[in-house]
Design a binder for this molecule. Structure first.
Ligand code: FES
Length: 181
């Protein structure tokens, strides 16, 4: 795992959101998981900075909080990319080459599953059956479902999303701006 650099603005958002969450809970270990879930809900992932602030408030080592975050599948260590790539690893997809497809994305993006590229363009994860087994192996990018994917198609899929598609960060910022008005 590598650390994605956070901007000053991102740090500010993390600090303010985590402070708000801390303000709503008693600072004891029973509330650690609910607090982490709320961080995930608000920020889309659980940044290292959030873990440090929470650990400090609860008087526990940051490494213990990190251990909890890595234990729960639902908690992410990395921010979602502008485009979220999900490679299906349900039985049908796995049997018909899902792992090879996942490997191809990892090689091409130079990250491993669970991570986000340094430019934040793509994040990559494995998921359980997405319900389209007839067209296995399946890859879902954002809301777009692609079936019968082969390793040679991986570049094409990435290219399509590199040059087009929505920019989630921008979208979120716009939403936030509207919400504040
Ligand atoms: S196992 Fe991949 S869609 Fe069902």
């Amino acid at each position: 795992m590598f650390d994605l650099e956070l901007s000053a603005e991102e740090k500010e958002v993390i600090i303010s959101q985590v402070s708000e969450i801390l303000g709503q809970h008693k600072h004891n270990c029973e509330n650690l998981v609910p607090m982490l879930q709320e961080v995930q809900q608000k920020l889309g992932y659980v940044p290292e900075l959030a873990m440090e602030i929470i650990a400090d408030a609860l008087g526990v080592p940051a490494v213990s909080v990190y251990g909890i975050v890595t234990f729960y599948n639902q908690l992410r260590l990395n921010p979602p990319g502008d485009h979220e790539i999900k490679v299906c690893m349900g039985t049908a997809c796995h049997m018909i080459g899902g792992q090879i497809i996942l490997d191809s994305f990892e090689r091409r993006l130079e990250i491993v599953e669970g991570e986000t590229t340094l430019d934040r363009k793509f994040s990559l994860e494995r998921v359980a059956c997405v319900g389209c087994c007839a067209i296995a192996p399946v890859v879902v990018v954002d809301d777009y479902v692609d079936g019968k994917v082969t390793p040679t198609r991986v570049d094409g899929i990435l290219l399509a999303f590199e040059n087009t598609g929505k920019d989630k960060k921008q979208e979120q910022q716009e939403e936030k701006g509207e919400g504040q008005e």
